[in-house]
Design a protein around this ligand. Sequence first.
Ligand SMILES: Cc1cc2nc3c(=O)[nH]c(=O)nc-3n(C[C@H](O)[C@H](O)[C@H](O)COP(=O)(O)OP(=O)(O)OC[C@H]3O[C@@H](n4cnc5c(N)ncnc54)[C@H](O)[C@@H]3O)c2cc1C
Length: 355
Amino acid sequence: MTCGRRVVRVTVVVVGAGIAGLACARELGDAGVPARVLERSDEPGGRLASVSLDGRFADIGAAYVTADDPSFQGRLQSWRIEGLARPWTDTFRGQHGPGPMRWSAPAGLRSLAHSLAAGLDITYGTEVTELPEAEYVVLAMPGPEALRIADLPAARDQSWDPVLTAVLTYPRRSWDDFHGMFVNDHPAVATICDDGDRRGDRAPVLVAHSTAQFARDEASDLTRDETSRLTQGGLTQGGLTHGGLTHGGLTQSGLTRGGRPRVGRGGSRDAMVTAVNGVLGIEEAPETAYRLWPYAQPRPLPGDFARSGNVYLCGDVFGRPRVQTAWLSGRAVAEDILRVRSGRPPSSPRRSATS
Ligand SMILES: Cc1cc2nc3c(=O)[nH]c(=O)nc-3n(C[C@H](O)[C@H](O)[C@H](O)COP(=O)(O)OP(=O)(O)OC[C@H]3O[C@@H](n4cnc5c(N)ncnc54)[C@H](O)[C@@H]3O)c2cc1C
């Protein structure tokens, strides 16, 4: 990078301010190694995503956070002390056996990413298309997105499922109390969460996640324009309307609103509304907003991260696809960079897949 006449070589550039990239940059910063973070979106969090709809945040990506790793449990407890996270529930309808404690965030789960991002050197609104110059580059994102930057074998080897998220805002709460549910064996809907219960404000808002197959079918019907509207920023409200998405107003984060369920192009999405209303015995039609995640859930790869020369790849593909996994993967990359810089041998040769 050029700074006046001097060429300053940045030590580490982290591409992606999702939970993995943030954890990596923070760990490096704490160890005194400067890291510059580049993020294409205008805020941190990636799939740890909350968007503002009419001034209220709804969680549209990760539904909750769970922790069984001691260091991540410590991170959650710190967020709890700061008032950012709280234990939500260990009980979901449709779960088989006892569930883990699921944590939520009163200000939306993205607030946890904002907390990690505080004080870091992050440039937003920057889509990286080629490998930046730096001693080390960390690509903290799904493999298919990393492939647009560099042809890394570990990125090629990944397999991802999409998810369509529907945010359903009702005139009132007309369903029996529940926290969340797995809608087992349904063709359209996989999970439903009561966002008002999750956030603690009792707003009449439900968030449903589709099955992978439903999202795949839905995505295959979209034009390129529609796909980019549904996948970028936050949500699309009012369904995929034609041209001006003015009804209800697009939120800053770009969620697309759909209004009342409708028929015609994009109308298949209303199968999610029909499913949610059917499962919960709701008769009223909600306002709808949608967000498509083309890379929502990966098939896990072994190791904590991958490395090709001075380029690292990290994220939730390295373990169960969870926020915790992304956080641990980002930290593991930071530890490896610190190790390599200090000339220490690897402590556990199986931690990374080097290609
Ligand atoms: C619908 C859904 C439900 C989920 N439910 C849960 C759950 O209940 N519990 C749970 O633990 N996990 C859940 N997850 C998974 C969880 O969200 C992820 O594991 C975690 O957020 C992944 O973090 P990450 O940093 O690895 O990747 P991401 O969050 O995807 O971050 C990647 C970042 O890189 C940026 N980026 C990509 N390409 C570029 C580029 N070229 N230039 C610059 N920036 C770029 C992106 O904008 C993004 O900010 C869910 C995910 C989805 C989609």
